[in-house]
Design a protein around this ligand. Structure first.
Ligand SMILES: *Cc1c(COP(=O)(O)O)cnc(C)c1O
Length: 384
């Protein structure tokens, strides 16, 4: 009996539940001690000086834009092969997202195309570690240095990844992570920014709390009521309940990453004889997290398009998906900025042929076998 296998899924065990229950019996449900404990554990995990917890990955991206002072006259360069939230965060600050095309084999931003997109208004580069593979940070840092830009990272896919031996979270000026249930660890909803700059960390701490300089716990400890709002912030706080879950999840991440990498190797080997299936290239100098396992279809070798292959795989109970519709294809971006097809041809052509297969750390061997058998069956059926 085959059951539906989602493309990504959380894994919660009794330790996680225990951590949440203990917090619910404690004095602090939010703005309490578990937030700092989670932030410290996280900062140490990614070798970063500072970590600031937020209510979502989107809030983390927004806070990051705020921290470096992105504003109405600024442009931020990013790839369109991402979730809309990466670009939306730029719009929240009234700045303009500038889409730069990707490398064909990795779908990561192509460093060779960035400089053509730089103008006097460019403020930052936003690297998106698509599928869990780090971007070419050496090349990006060099461009950022040459043009005096901030290097930001949307690493919502790549918690636990490394680039040339350095942890994702310690390389860019600021890095954003997400703890949505499909991500590498979860807090239900949640996010984090890591940075080596204390000033940015401080601005984000205030931004997540309405732009107020102190939080409730600090005032409680100082025995004062007085507070000052100095920026227009938001309520972007993560709760102690979520932080307890995040800490418990984080302790399991190394084992989960091993599992993800092992499933990815098994897929790659199992599809190596299927000419119509091309995995994305993963560079040996980068330690990939396989948040997504994306295959490209060679449509010339198939009698069907991506849509039919997708439906056939869904009929085999695989929760296949497509990551992503290029952001500039969404009606909001088309209408507001006059964008559309032709802007980033490599990303647009990839979009026609990519499929995300189920891969998550809770999968058992039988499910991995089910994915392999279904892909082999469907691809053989539609091969020319
Ligand atoms: C999930 C994700 C986000 C948004 O994170 P949320 O926690 O859902 O707000 C942003 N960017 C990328 C690349 C993502 O995958």
């Amino acid at each position: 009996m085959n059951d539906f296998i989602p493309y990504g899924r959380h894994l919660i065990d009794s330790e996680d539940i225990q951590a949440v229950v203990e917090t619910m019996h404690s004095d602090w449900l939010t703005t309490g001690p578990r937030i700092e404990l989670f932030e410290n554990a996280f900062a140490s995990f990614v070798s970063s000086k500072h970590a600031v917890a937020l209510s979502s990955g989107t809030a983390a991206l927004h806070a990051m834009m705020f921290a470096i002072g992105v504003g109405a006259n600024d442009e931020v360069i990013l790839s369109p092969m991402t979730f809309a939230a990466s670009a939306n965060a730029i719009l929240y600050q009234k700045a303009t997202p500038v889409f730069c095309d990707v490398e064909k084999d990795t779908l990561l931003i192509d460093p060779n195309r960035i400089e053509k997109k730089i103008t006097p208004r460019t403020k930052a580069l936003l690297a998106v570690d698509y599928a869990g593979q780090p971007c070419d940070y050496e090349a990006l840092a060099e461009i950022a240095r040459r043009h005096d830009l901030f290097l930001l990272a949307d690493s919502c896919h790549s918690l636990g990844a490394e680039y040339k031996g350095r942890k994702i979270g310690e390389i860019a000026d600021l890095t954003a992570f997400s703890f949505h249930p499909v991500k590498n660890i979860t807090t239900g909803e949640g996010g984090m920014v890591t940075t080596g700059h204390g000033e940015f960390a401080g601005r984000i701490r205030s931004f997540r709390n309405h732009g107020i300089k102190t939080d409730h716990k600090q005032r409680f400890e100082q025995g004062t009521w007085f507070y000052e709002m100095v920026d227009l912030g938001f309520n972007y706080r993560l709760t102690d309940i979520q932080s307890a879950l995040g800490m418990s999840q984080l302790s399991k991440l190394p084992g989960w990453l091993e599992k993800r990498r092992s499933i990815a190797r098994t897929y790659k080997e199992s599809f190596s004889d299927l000419e119509a299936v091309e995995p994305l290239v993963s560079h040996p100098d980068r330690n990939h997290t396989y948040h997504l396992y994306v295959i490209r279809l060679d449509l010339e070798l198939l009698q069907a398009g991506r849509k039919e292959i997708f439906t056939a795989l869904r009929n085999e109970k695989l929760g296949v998906n497509v990551h992503y519709i290029p952001v500039h294809f969404h009606p909001y971006y088309r209408e507001k900025f006059g964008l559309g097809p032709g802007l980033c041809p490599v990303a647009e052509s990839a979009y026609e042929r990519i499929i995300t297969l189920p891969l998550h750390h809770g999968m058992d061997e039988r499910q991995v076998e089910q994915v392999i058998a279904a892909v082999r069956k469907v691809i053989r059926r539609y091969s020319k």
